[in-house]
Design a protein around this ligand. Structure first.
Ligand SMILES: [Zn+2]
Length: 99
């Protein structure tokens, strides 16, 4: 039996930052595109005067532009936020308790 290699992938750092960003979801701008899709204006952690526009699948930050195949911390934060909102709604829905 071999020991698993220690996990120090960059995604882990990004996940930690994403949790911090998601905790501040109250500060985000909530916007909609012309075709009705939701996106968020998320303040940059490095420069609070700068906003990045983020959906679950895209982001205007430099990180997302550099590595389009990877999810940036903002996209991750949006997904965390959406999952948290959904879980909260299900919890507060009386029928969800029986399910
Ligand atoms: Zn981003």
């Amino acid at each position: 039996m071999t020991m698993p290699a220690p996990v120090t992938r960059p995604i882990d750092k990004r996940a930690v930052k994403a949790f911090a960003i998601a905790a501040d979801a109250g500060q985000w701008l909530r916007c909609r595109t012309r075709d009705g899709r939701k996106f968020y204006g998320i303040p940059s952690q490095a420069d609070p005067n700068r906003l990045y526009f983020t959906t679950r699948d895209a982001c205007t930050c430099p990180d997302a532009a550099r590595t389009p195949a990877l999810m940036c911390k903002h996209q991750l934060a949006v997904r965390l936020h959406c999952a948290a909102v959904r879980a909260h709604r299900q919890q507060s829905h009386p029928l969800a308790v029986a399910a």
